[in-house]
Design a protein around this ligand. Sequence first.
Ligand SMILES: Cc1ncc(COP(=O)(O)O)c(C=O)c1O
Length: 387
Amino acid sequence: MDIREKYRHALAGCLETEPGSIGLFWKGRVGLYAILRALGVGEGDEVILPAFTCVVVPNAILYLKAKPVYIDVDPLTFNLDAGLLEGAITPNTRAILAQNTFGLSADMDLILKVAQKYKIRVIEDCTHGFGGAYRGKINGTLADASFFSTQWNKPFSTGWGGFTVVRDAELARKVRELEESMARPSARQERMLAAQIWARKNLLTPALYWPVLRLYRKLSHWGAIPGSSEASELHTTTMPRDYLMAGGRTQAREGLLQLQRFSQIQQRRTELAAQYDGLMQELGFPAVFLPPHIAHSYLKYPLLVRDRNYFFELAERHRIRLGDWMLSPIHPVEGEWEKWGYRAGSCPVGERLSRHVVNLLTDLDMGEKEIARTQAFLRRYAGELLV
Ligand SMILES: Cc1ncc(COP(=O)(O)O)c(C=O)c1O
């Protein structure tokens, strides 16, 4: 069997679904675009999404000439505030995006109930959520369709990459047709990706993290490193030239490897999140919200701080690795939000969270010493944390 088909079968096995319901794409955002297009979303249609997302999400909506409708965020879940949904629905609403921000679950009970009432499709943005579950159902299998990302720093990584899961057979067939109609990565693109995966595994060890990060910043500044988003995706709402691309062989090969060790990756994330929960309680701050029917994937552990720039400076001074997602309601765009249909001030919670959030890491390469240093750092600077 072709390696891409093997990967499709392996993903279907993990998600307890049929291989035919899985689409393979060069990036998660392309999977979202394919789902929206398969749903027939187009000019005049509206798609509801949280005002705490990545810019490539509204981009996929705008490429189809539809309108992103932002909803404010529930500060407990960092996801769409489901209580605000009904107020945002209009006769033009075609889909609701339910996101697993940082691997935390949204209030899916209420989102699905409202969607059912108004007969609107729900798409799970599981780019952070592979490995989690809600009421015993695996993330990505609760709604009509879902898309996942396997970009760097995602639940498991294939450099960049993404896949979709679609429940309805007819819709799944359309998404697969779109996948088949897209270009495959060229031999050069496959080689470049394989080289980057190798470099990341072999060079970005925790010991080399800070020197490599400094080098990376310099090279990125000079435009010498291809990022996961093109400049045009961050500055315009026009689809980049090579956007419509299906998943490739390098991604399939790496994905199969990563899936073999995924239970170990997820176990580590859950253990680390429990340790951070304990520390937050010790310091008198609330732990991450965890109702009994949810198993978060804990891609990151979010924390609010008084002054984020200062906190990052402190962390770098003490060699504490932190994550910096979401720097803006449409990360990482700062300013010019109107281009993406977002009006400044319209979602104050999303804006506040994006001004104050930092992420603790939950990765497999976090050794005991680094965890102890991170905990000591948080105890020392507990005065910088916010509720
Ligand atoms: C919330 C969210 N949705 C969608 C995406 C897009 O995933 P990809 O980079 O695979 O296109 C990202 C990327 O980081 C994301 O953070």
